[in-house]
Design a protein around this ligand. Structure first.
Ligand code: NAP
Ligand code: GLV
Length: 310
């Protein structure tokens, strides 16, 4: 019983130790040192080379995504047929994402970019500072991460709304859903936080039409995926003042190309797709718990819905 591991950046040894701590008899191997490919039953991967899962591992039972998003897997037209894909749902990844959302919502709410600009110019000027109940924050994507972010923003007192594909009911959050609910959701959103998955339906959803439904001078925070955003439309909305600022963790092309206009834009904050990352010491327990479920003949948790694309 072998698990094969492939990450973009995480040290393999840390994951191997955490996986072995949780299940000592699991043979854990790095992608480049698989041993017998036919013994591989589980793959824990981020962006595996296209076609390789199917070509190499004939006895694969489950593909575990190292990320919450599975678009990096679904891009492969040659995935092994009938093998379930499990999303990464683990408390520390969620915590990291919530930290990111709260940090950047508070930064805009408390006008930190404007205050930093004043400091650069040695200007002492008190800006109006309403408290959280007067700031309307809207989250696109009411899944694991969106709902955890809302929980903490709600504790801080923000006026909250959210948008999802199917109808939701969340205490203290005004919920909208579907394309029909989008413009009403946007109309009351001063800080727009995007935590959507990238699918055929959400491709390029952060575009000029969406920005034009926001109140003038709204802020955008995108920690979903780069494919959700039209980057030219973001630049145009910043230029016109429709958007007052954008904080982007994800980009159409990653790493963000050196010459991209975002790098030097005074109204853009860039982070290198590090809003939230699965932590081996926590995530390994979730992966092993799911493997134990298979061994007991129980249903897997957090299977991606391939027809919906997330
Ligand atoms: P999730 O639990 O699957 O939630 C996804 C949410 O998006 C759900 O509320 C879903 O609606 C909604 N949604 C999907 N398609 C939609 C559509 N066409 N219209 C409206 N709403 C739609 O996912 P999660 O664990 O919260 O993660 C969300 C995304 O965050 C991931 O897919 C990934 O792209 C991104 N992420 C980024 C980082 C980072 O470091 N930047 C880290 C982790 C995750 P329903 O509730 O109706 O299903
Ligand atoms: C990271 O981007 C993830 O999907 O977890």
């Amino acid at each position: 019983m072998t698990l094969i591991f492939k990450s973009g950046s995480d040290p393999w040894q840390d994951w191997q130790k955490s996986l072995k701590d949780a299940m000592p008899d699991l043979d854990c191997r790095d992608w480049d040192d698989t041993g017998d490919d036919d013994a591989v039953e589980y793959a824990l991967v981020w962006k595996p080379p296209l076609g390789e899962l199917r070509r190499r591992f004939r006895n694969l039972k489950v593909i575990f995504s190292l990320g919450a998003g599975v678009d990096h897997l679904l891009v492969d037209p040659d995935l092994p047929a009938g093998v379930p894909i499990v999303r990464m749902v683990e408390p520390e990844l969620t915590r990291g994402m919530t930290e990111y959302v709260v940090l950047h919502v508070l930064r805009y709410h408390r006008l930190i970019p404007a205050l930093e600009d004043q400091q650069k110019r040695h200007v002492w000027n008190v800006l109006p500072t309403p408290t959280a109940p007067k700031r309307r924050v809207g989250i696109m994507g009411l899944g694991v991460i969106g709902q955890d972010s809302l929980r903490v923003l709600s504790a801080l007192g923000f006026a909250l709304s959210g948008w999802s594909r199917t109808a939701k009911s969340i205490p203290d959050v005004t919920c909208y859903h579907g394309r029909d609910g989008l413009s009403a959701f946007l109309a009351e959103t001063e800080v727009l936080v995007c935590l959507l998955p990238y699918t055929a339906e959400t491709d390029n959803i952060l575009n000029r039409d969406v920005f034009s439904c926001l109140p003038q001078g709204a802020y955008l925070i995108n920690a979903g995926r780069g494919g959700l955003q039209d980057e030219d439309d973001i630049l145009a909305a910043l230029e016109s003042g429709q958007l007052a600022g954008a904080t982007l963790d994800v980009f159409r092309k990653e790493p963000l190309p050196v010459g991209h206009a975002f790098w030097d834009h005074t109204k853009v904050t860039i982070t290198p797709h590090n809003a939230g990352t699965a932590q081996h010491w926590s995530a390994a327990k979730e992966v092993i718990a799911n493997i134990r479920r298979i061994q007991k003949g129980q249903a897997l948790l957090n299977i991606a819905d391939l027809s919906a694309g997330y």
